[in-house]
Design a protein around this ligand. Structure first.
Ligand SMILES: [Zn+2]
Length: 61
């Protein structure tokens, strides 16, 4: 059996010309930062899938 990888929603933070994804770790409860969304491994060793908040450029009329 495979352990399901939890999904977390990121808050985007613009720093020095880059976007960082801030997530609250489902395993340790701390905030981890990643440069890309998708499946990541946190510094605490847990795995999760970062879901980007929303697609910029998709404007609903
Ligand atoms: Zn963690």
């Amino acid at each position: 059996m495979k352990t399901p990888i939890p999904e977390v929603h990121s808050a985007e933070l613009a720093t020095a010309g880059r976007i960082q994804h801030l997530i609250t770790c489902p395993a340790c409860g701390r905030t981890h930062r990643h440069l890309e969304a998708g499946e990541r491994r946190g510094p605490c060793g847990s795995r999760y899938t970062i879901v980007a908040r929303e697609d910029p450029g998709e404007a609903a009329a």
